[in-house]
Design a protein around this ligand. Structure first.
Ligand code: SF4
Ligand code: SF4
Length: 57
């Protein structure tokens, strides 16, 4: 599953823009991933400028 380290996230919203499934959203200045919508395409990992998004078993 896709995980976001909120300490590393700069809330640039690039991952929201790139996600094809609209699985990422901003809520109260925090970026969250909806695992039910995510298909692990990893496009968000590639676009994140701070390395805040990663895949976790
Ligand atoms: S892995 Fe793909 S589907 Fe899942 S949150 Fe990232 S961009 Fe969206
Ligand atoms: S692309 Fe990375 S830094 Fe930008 S909002 Fe998403 S997780 Fe945060």
């Amino acid at each position: 599953m896709i995980v976001i380290d909120s300490d590393e996230c700069g809330v640039c919203e690039d991952c929201i823009d790139v996600c094809p499934n609209e699985a990422i959203e901003k809520r109260a200045f925090t970026i969250i991933v909806n695992a039910e919508l995510c298909d692990d395409c990893e496009e968000c990992i590639e676009v994140c400028p701070t390395g805040a998004i990663y895949e976790e078993d």
